[in-house]
Design a protein around this ligand. Structure first.
Ligand SMILES: [Zn+2]
Length: 157
């Protein structure tokens, strides 16, 4: 069965076959989008830019790995602040602006495992989680991806 997901333009059945994941979690327990994925006016520069992820309201919130995977980077940069990047086959999930990182680079995580605490590090006006998903290193809509995976699994035998 081919499950091409038009919303995100990737073939999910291929992804399942490669990765063999069984569970998907939300990165934060309450999903409240404060800045959507896609073209937007940047809150700091005032210029139009492409937002490669979603910003989710957070307040010292526990952050979870959305899928099982391997932590390929725990680092810091001026934009994302403290961030974590996890590889799940050809998919990567990225969690930015963290105040605390609770896992180490090179380790494997389960879906739903606690990986950090939200914060406002890097280029951020107020505390939030920047969450993004990349497929073959191109950004895809992170929430549509999670919801599509969830609904695909819900109907799978
Ligand atoms: Zn963001």
């Amino acid at each position: 069965m081919k499950l091409l997901c038009p919303a995100i333009g990737i073939c999910l059945s291929l992804f399942f076959a490669q990765a063999g994941f069984a569970q998907v979690y939300l990165p934060i327990s309450a999903l409240h989008v404060t800045s959507p994925y896609g073209l937007r006016v940047h809150p700091i520069t005032g210029l139009q830019d492409f937002h490669s992820g979603v910003d989710l309201a957070a307040n010292h919130s526990v952050i979870y790995a959305v899928l099982a995977g391997r932590v390929i980077s725990c680092a810091s940069n001026p934009f994302l602040g403290n961030f974590i990047r996890i590889a799940h086959g050809e998919i990567q999930s990225i969690y930015g602006h963290l105040s605390a990182v609770l896992i180490r680079q090179g380790t494997c995580v389960k879906a739903g495992e606690v990986i950090g605490i939200s914060g406002s590090t890097g280029r951020s006006t107020a505390e939030h989680l920047h969450f993004s998903v990349r497929y073959q290193n191109q950004p895809i809509h992170p929430l549509k991806f999670l919801l599509q995976l969830q609904s695909s699994w819900a109907v799978a035998p």
